[in-house]
Structures are given as C-alpha cells and as structure tokens.
Design a protein around this ligand. Sequence first.
Ligand SMILES: *[C@@H]1O[C@H](CO)[C@@H](O)[C@H](O)[C@H]1NC(C)=O
Ligand SMILES: *[C@@H]1O[C@H](CO)[C@@H](O)[C@H](O)[C@H]1NC(C)=O
Ligand SMILES: *[C@@H]1O[C@H](CO)[C@@H](O)[C@H](O)[C@H]1NC(C)=O
Ligand SMILES: *[C@@H]1O[C@H](CO)[C@@H](O)[C@H](O)[C@H]1NC(C)=O
Length: 465
Amino acid sequence: MPQERTAILLCVLAVYITSLVAGVEETQKDECADLNNTTWQEYRQRRIKLQVQYLLMTRKNIDCAQAFSHESLTESSSQQLSYFNMSLPTKVIIHGYRALGSKPSWVKELARALLMVQDVNVLVVDWIYSASFAYNLVVENYKEVALQTSVLINQLEKHGCKLESFHFIGVSLGAHVAGFVGTLFEGKIGRITGLDPAGPMFKTADTFDRLDPSDAQFVDAIHTDSDYFGISIPVGHVDFFLNGGMDQTGCARSRFASIPFLFTVYGYVICDHMRALHVYMSALNGSCPLMGIPCSSYEDFLKGHCMNCDLFKGTCPTIGLSENSGITISPIPKEQKLFLLTTSSTPFCAHHILMVLEVSPLDKSAEVEVTLRAGHLVKEKRLRLQTASTVYRMVLAHPVALCEINSIQLKNTGARFYRQGDIHVKSVCLSEFPSLRREEPLCVNNVHVRRGAPWSHDFVQVCDF
Ligand SMILES: *[C@@H]1O[C@H](CO)[C@@H](O)[C@H](O)[C@H]1NC(C)=O
Ligand SMILES: *[C@@H]1O[C@H](CO)[C@@H](O)[C@H](O)[C@H]1NC(C)=O
Ligand SMILES: *[C@@H]1O[C@H](CO)[C@@H](O)[C@H](O)[C@H]1NC(C)=O
Ligand SMILES: *[C@@H]1O[C@H](CO)[C@@H](O)[C@H](O)[C@H]1NC(C)=O
C-alpha cells in the first residue's frame, strides 16, 4: 500500500531531521556558492556518499548564489543573513544524471530566467556527488536525495512556508527526485515541472517510484527524447510532446556515428534530451507562446486530426509559468498528451500549418515536393502520393504565420524508375491552427503539375495583427 510506504518514509524523514540538525557546517562569508563537481578519480576513491548541498538565488543575489540549509533560517546562527524570503514562493531546481561529474552549466541560466519573470526564492539542489558516472547507482540514490530535500522543505514549512508555494523543476532524473519529494508530501506541493523526465529504469516503474500526477497539485512535463533518455509515457496532468517527443529539429540524427570522440558523441546524444530545458527557458523569456494541442497520437496530430483546444474550452495549455499551464477547466485532466512542433533554435515557436491536397486518381504512385515561401524563409516537404487515395493531409511547422506566406510551389518529382505523367491537383488548401477566429483556408483549385515544370502561386494577403 502506498500509504504505508509513505508512513515508513516519513519516519525515516524524522530520523534524518535529527541527524542533520546535529551536523552544523561552516559556510564561508562573502563568497559566492557554486555547484560542486567531481572527477572519475575522486569517484573511484570514495564509495559513493551522498553529499547534497543547496544553493539559494533571489533577486537580491542573482549573480552570487548563497549556500543554503535549514540553519540559514534560524536567527541564532552566526552565518551571513540569508536572502530567503518566507513570504515569496519558492522554485526548486533539481538537476539529473551527470555522466561526467561536471556541474550543470544551465542551472544558473534557468535560475536567472525564473527570477526575471517572478520575484521568488530559487533553491538549487546540488547532488552532483551522487548523480555522476554509473547510471544504475545514481538511480539507487535518487530517493535518498528526495528524502534529504524533503527534510529541508519540512523545515521551511515549519517556519511558515506553505507547501503549495513550492514549485519543483526537475530535469531528467531530477524530475523523479521531485516526484518522490511530492510523494513524501502526499501531493500537497504546489507544482512539479518535469523537463524530459528520465526514461531508463522508470518507464515501467510504479507511480510511487516515478513522477506522476498525484505528486503535486499540478504536474506538467515536456518530452523531447522519449525514445532514448526520456520517458515515453505521460507523467503529468499535461505532457507536452515536442515534435512527437523523440527527435528534435536541429539535433544530429545518427547517435553513435562518431564513436572516437566520446565527448562529441555525448553532446549529440544529449541534444534531444536537453531540448526540453532550452525550450522551457526560452518560454520563460516569453517572446512567443508555445501551445500544446491535445491529441491521442502524434500520427493523428501530423494528419491534422487535432486542430483545436476545445477540450480545454478553447484555451490551449502553454509551456511556462502560467498557473496550471493556463488551464482553466476543472477538474484538470490527467496524463493528457499535448503536441506541438517547434523550430530548431530559440525561441522555438512554430506556426502549425495544415496542408490538404486533393488530387485526381493516379495510375501510379508519385511524389510531390511542396515549398512554402515567406520572403527568404523557405519550408519544403516531400509527400508520397499513392494510387489508393486522393486526399492528403499534412501538418507543417513554419517559422511565420500563414498570413505571411507569399507563395506555394508544387514540384512533380515523379517516381524513380518510370515517367509519371501530370498530377491533377483538384485543390490545395492551407490553414493555420489553433486559430482563434474561424478563418477560411487559403485554397488554390484545379492545377496541372507537369513533370519537370514546377507550378507556383503567389498569395496576396495581409496580416491583421
Ligand atoms: C562543494 O562546494 C562548496 C562551495 O560551494 C564547498 O564549500 C564544499 O566543501 C564542496 N563540497 C565538497 C564535498 O567538496
Ligand atoms: C570543478 O573542477 C575544476 C577542475 O576540474 C576545478 O578547477 C573547480 O574548482 C571545480 N569546481 C568546484 C565548484 O568544485
Ligand atoms: C519579502 O517579500 C515581501 C513580498 O514581496 C516583501 O514585501 C518584503 O519586503 C520582502 N522582505 C524582505 C526582507 O526583502
Ligand atoms: C532570453 O531573451 C534574451 C533577450 O531577448 C536573450 O538574450 C536570451 O538568450 C534569451 N534566453 C533564452 C533561453 O532564450
């Protein structure tokens, strides 16, 4: 029974509190605290020992993190005054597995981005010492890290912080650490955001052991590498699957193509996985909305079968800090898959354009190349046409809105071994979604596309935004 297990863990928690209070550590004054790092040599010498430290960043010390512990709150302590402000909400950042023992360089960037948007306390859980090298051993440590973190939260709660004022942001394995903290507090924590929650050893795990919607009042997750380091199943109230959640645009495809350079390979491998974090940080910047559209599968999404957010009364959930991802319906659905396409670099937002192509029946299968142009921005996509069907639906990601597209071009690239005659296009229509207004799609009717003679059409339109 999960409840019994929680009870046992809370007892362990109590023991921890006593043991931690006993060990008072000295922190140096007037020096900025930093995340630790470790090396393979160091790692081999000591048996893995859990060494968790906490860093605090607020608007008063954006560039100089303070070491933080429960003693930082007690006035009797001789340490420097802590910037922690009890009346502000708290963001807790938890990093994940560190293959090479290095400190994660993005932590401070994320903390800064959060502080730009909200006046909050940012606590960083640094568990590099137990998060490095052997993944399976790291997985053994994550609950212990969660337990220690819970002790701290428990202390903060005693000082008057409300559990619902905590928002945990966990990257990869850090998402499950956050999930377990949530379990220990029986889902009373305000929010947990999982940035590509780790997949290996978690996909088949019990919800007790991994992040799930019961861990906080609201749980959102972003999935970007669910075929490799990330988890492929929904773990939150809402789960944003970017570009289907597996392969990200702009990340190298063949993962182990260049084995000789371990670090380079590592960089490639991690690209999809870390995309969730980069998109999240970009979303905090708020330059454009990253909206997810509910759909049962990516295949259906790509065919344009899911084009609205009626499920959420028309408001699409967005990535970022808005309360409950902007969801206003109640109860909030659980494990709702949301899909969106992105571009390959910041700010990542793409416009979803559905193309519906209707052709006259073909004798032989064929291929067309579709090009949408907006000034110098060009988007190309190949489409295979079969003899069996005449209507094709395809969703494209374009960096600009439909109203900014100047032209469409269709090229009959035929088949490889025989001559394909003309393709008679009954209609080709473009529409953008999700759209707030019911706009008529942009259509061109009745065109013959000859082999070797691309057809193109210029749109004359203006954007009214
Ligand atoms: C981690 O770094 C802090 C400085 O931020 C240092 O005081 C502490 O001793 C380091 N911990 C270990 C285990 O080296
Ligand atoms: C991390 O390691 C480098 C060298 O490997 C060292 O110079 C640096 O001081 C270390 N940082 C911390 C916080 O331990
Ligand atoms: C703590 O935050 C509250 C609310 O923003 C603010 O009014 C107060 O001045 C802050 N306290 C300190 C010591 O900065
Ligand atoms: C956020 O915006 C600033 C300024 O517009 C930019 O310099 C920074 O790179 C952006 N950060 C991210 C993560 O997109």
